[in-house]
Design a binder for this molecule. Structure first.
Ligand SMILES: *[C@@H]1O[C@H](CO)[C@@H](O)[C@H](O)[C@H]1NC(C)=O
Ligand SMILES: *[C@@H]1O[C@H](CO)[C@@H](O)[C@H](O)[C@H]1NC(C)=O
Ligand SMILES: *[C@@H]1O[C@H](CO)[C@@H](O)[C@H](O)[C@H]1NC(C)=O
Ligand SMILES: *[C@@H]1O[C@H](CO)[C@@H](O)[C@H](O)[C@H]1NC(C)=O
Ligand SMILES: *[C@@H]1O[C@H](CO)[C@@H](O)[C@H](O)[C@H]1NC(C)=O
Length: 328
């Protein structure tokens, strides 16, 4: 189960690469200084820009899920931004992937809050100089973060896409437990007994979870490389995942326990698209409060998807989101 400040000048410390792809779309990667609130240190946020940030077209910023994934599996959204000559901005959130890791903060609930990641997003927007005009998409945990950002009504945010993002952690866990009861009895028994004992690092448990993931996370097998890479990144340094979600899959014990946006979603003032898959753990019930509370909202369910409609139904997903972003 996955996923889930100062001068507005580009202080990118260096450009790791700068090249043109076959269709001559510029791709730039770099790192931004991020003064970590509550810590007396400056970390780095690794980012990638696909396309021309200074074109007249509004850039799309994409937030990855996990928590604990990296941003590679969000790059597919360039299928949406490239045809409209816009830029896609993705970045690895602090603690993850190619950004600064903070293993000594493992288990520190007061550190790993959405406030930390909201500050990082503000820092990315202002250091890239796009804080006055951008669209935002977030997947899973990244969608929860995107929704939280939008409730503060930032003046530059124009359109919001919430991809497979539950309105609360309880709804997410609830749907997971409903799906769990639908698994073959043997898989259920393995998962339940191991989660109870806290023994998730064994082949039987991993096998049962892998089966669950093919049903409800991503039906494409083998998993597309960028998603598999995200899982690998998440387990190579479990700090963020463990601290925010916890060691188990069907229970949340980390800092996201009790997280909800249900009572704040009405503050989101920009046009919003809410997407989810039919077999998604962000099920219809879990996204319903977003559809009910956000004033200017539309919802699209992807019939043949779990949690990864942007891969599982990539062509339809690209079409739906492109249309939404180009509406006046
Ligand atoms: C923060 O770090 C700087 C340089 O490492 C040090 O000079 C300063 O005293 C530190 N401030 C606090 C409040 O710890
Ligand atoms: C990016 O867009 C701006 C404005 O349209 C243009 O002046 C510039 O040449 C473009 N840069 C690239 C690399 O295409
Ligand atoms: C989604 O999960 C909830 C449990 O949180 C369950 O009650 C509900 O029936 C599910 N909704 C759908 C549409 O399957
Ligand atoms: C999980 O088990 C494998 C093999 O038994 C071991 O190498 C690995 O360190 C364990 N990982 C954790 C997080 O306990
Ligand atoms: C989207 O982009 C990927 C590469 O990122 C490409 O393989 C794929 O064909 C593109 N189109 C669709 C509809 O997924």
């Amino acid at each position: 189960m996955a996923p889930f400040i100062y001068a507005p000048v580009i202080l990118a410390v260096y450009f790791a690469s700068h090249f043109a792809t076959s269709t001559s779309v510029p791709v730039v990667t770099g790192e931004l200084d991020f003064k970590i609130p509550t810590l007396n240190t400056t970390g780095k946020t690794w980012y990638k820009i696909i396309g021309n940030l200074t074109s007249h077209q509004r850039p799309l910023v994409a937030l990855h899920g996990g928590p604990g994934f990296d941003s590679e599996y969000m790059e597919i959204l360039s299928n949406i931004t490239t045809p409209r000559s816009g830029a896609l901005v993705v970045y690895d959130q602090i603690g993850n992937g190619r950004s600064t890791h903070l293993p000594n903060k493992l288990g520190d609930d007061s550190f790993w809050t959405d406030g930390l990641f909201l500050s990082e997003l503000d820092n990315v927007l202002s250091k890239l100089g796009i804080q006055d005009n951008y669209d935002l998409a977030g997947h899973s945990w990244g969608g929860m973060l995107a929704a939280r950002h939008a409730t503060s009504r930032p003046k530059g945010l124009k359109r919001l896409v919430l991809m497979s993002a539950p309105a609360s952690i309880d709804l997410w866990v609830g749907a997971g437990n409903v799906y769990l009861k639908e698994l073959p009895q043997n898989d259920q028994d393995i998962i339940i007994s191991n989660e109870k004992a806290g023994t998730t690092n064994n082949t039987d448990y991993q096998k049962a979870i892998t089966y669950y993931n093919t049903l409800h996370v991503c039906s494409i097998q083998p998993m597309p490389e960028p998603i598999a890479a995200g899982f690998a990144v998440m387990s190579s340094d479990p700090t963020v995942r463990r601290s925010m979600y916890g060691p188990l899959n069907f229970q949340v014990t980390g800092s996201l326990k009790g997280w909800t946006i249900i009572h704040d979603a009405h503050k989101i003032s920009v046009p919003t698209l809410v997407t989810h898959g039919k077999r998604d753990q962000a099920n219809q019930t879990a996204v319903e409060p977003l559809l009910k509370e956000i004033p200017n909202v539309q919802g699209v369910e992807f019939e043949n998807s779990g949690h990864m409609a942007h891969f599982e139904e990539a062509a339809k997903f690209t079409r739906v989101v492109s249309k939404f972003l180009s509406e006046a």
